[in-house]
Write a protein that binds this ligand. Structure first.
Ligand code: 13P
Length: 420
């Protein structure tokens, strides 16, 4: 088996498999070696051996030819500067993003676990509590809203987006319509929502949204992810990002590799690298301007059922190594999702990543959902008399993560929590 020495043939073989009959590409393979250099080689080898199809078959849609290299950038004149300014604002040093965009069943499930009945008014009230937390704007530069929330008003009649903007926090909006089963690939999903997206984006701009997000979900299993799943999700992310830039919304591109499973950290590193390669290839093909995009990846971490959990040091090193290898320097910022990690561990990992030495062309911060909200929800428990402690719990977690984004978090900060 010959190893390709250039990235380009590897890219092409990766793309080729997406047009082949089902299952031909198969899952990514993991070879038994943990040396970082060899990891990159085995990634390429595993993917290149997945395809034996001649490259000439790519000519069908011309998507990888150079014919599109002379295309103009998607953002309209003037848009690009505005999008870059939004990116710079969101990546203000010492601040991060609060993801408050769970789809309705998610907060409902979490509320049920706490014995709280969830309805639209309840969710509005919960989110208003979050958005009015003290000092939130000191640590949070943007909040990702859900379609339901961006259409709601606060108690005093101001729109939720207006409430945030009035505090100096940029409102954003989740625009995908969720991960749906990928036909022909049991257990895998493709994120949907491209139909009518242009019109929805235009509407969200009118509601005051400044940025958007789209989440793709990649599951590691014995036979997953397949290249078909990776390329379908990468393509959708790129189409979404191009539409956002056209409509003057900054796209956050979120390819999440799930923590569910028994895989080890090396397996996660291989899959995350392959996913990022496919995503940036697709962004390039769709003419997305990388200077006006933020990446929201998962950290490189062992699966939650792995017998050999990775140390904080290992997670930080593998995450930064993978990002350095696969994320172009033109991208202004990377904001991690928490992915179901325990909230303190998510903070500790971010802090360790921030403290690693070596070059880092992009700014790094957080865009956490559960790791920011869970302590607030637990403190609040749906009772009006707990609103103050709920707000304090969110502010406290945001402060810890803001410190972690600067590498100045430590365990003693946890002892300063007053809301328990
Ligand atoms: P978590 O931090 O809970 O993973 O949520 C982030 C998010 O935006 C999920 O789409």
């Amino acid at each position: 088996m010959g190893l390709p020495t250039e990235a380009a043939p590897w890219f092409q073989s990766c793309l080729l498999t997406s047009r082949r009959p089902r299952r031909v590409g198969g899952p990514l393979q993991l070879l038994p070696c943990s040396d970082p250099g060899a990891v990159a080689l085995r990634e390429r080898a595993a993917l290149s051996t997945a395809s034996t199809e001649p490259m000439a078959s790519q000519s069908g849609n011309g998507s990888t030819s150079l014919a599109n290299s002379g295309r103009t950038a998607i953002p309209q004149p003037g848009h690009i500067e505005a999008l870059q300014a939004t990116a710079a604002y969101l990546m203000t040093p010492g601040k991060g993003i609060l993801a408050a965009d769970e789809t309705i069943p998610h907060p409902t499930k979490r509320c049920e676990a706490l014995g709280i009945a969830s309805n639209a008014e309840f969710r509005r009230s919960y989110r208003e509590m979050l958005f009015t937390a003290p000092d939130l704007a000191d640590y949070i530069s943007g909040v990702i809203l859900q379609d339901e929330t961006i259409r709601q008003n606060s108690e005093c009649g101001v729109s939720m987006a207006g409430l945030l903007a009035g505090r100096g926090i940029l409102p954003g909006i989740k625009v995908d319509r969720g991960a749906k089963p990928l036909a022909g690939y049991p257990g895998e999903t493709v994120t949907e929502g491209l139909d009518g997206l242009r019109e929805r984006l235009a509407e969200y701009v009118k509601f005051g949204a400044k940025f958007a997000k789209w989440r793709a979900v990649i599951r590691i299993g014995d036979a997953t992810p397949t290249l078909a799943c990776i390329s379908a999700n990468a393509h959708a992310l790129a189409r979404y990002a191009a539409l956002c830039q056209e409509q003057a919304l900054l796209p956050i591109v979120e390819p999440e590799v799930l923590m569910e499973g028994a895989h080890d950290i090396g397996h996660c590193e291989m899959v995350t690298g392959a996913v990022l390669e496919a995503v940036f290839r697709a962004l390039y093909e769709q003419g997305v301007t990388l200077e006006a995009v933020l990446l929201k990846p998962s950290m490189v971490i062992a699966g939650q059922d792995c017998a050999k959990p990775a140390s904080v040091k290992q997670v930080a090193a593998a995450t930064l190594r993978t990002l350095r290898r696969h994320v172009p320097a033109a991208v202004p910022g990377i904001v991690f999702l928490s992915g179901g990690q325990d909230e303190r561990l998510a903070t500790t990992h971010l802090n360790a990543i921030s403290n690693l030495a070596g070059s880092r062309p992009w700014s790094i911060s957080f865009s956490y959902g559960r790791a920011l909200q869970d302590p607030a929800l637990n403190a609040w428990r749906g009772r009006s008399e707990n609103r103050t402690v709920g707000r304090e719990a969110l502010s406290f977690r945001a402060r810890c993560n803001a410190a972690a984004s600067l590498g100045t978090y430590n365990d003693t900060m946890e002892a300063t929590a007053h809301f328990d």
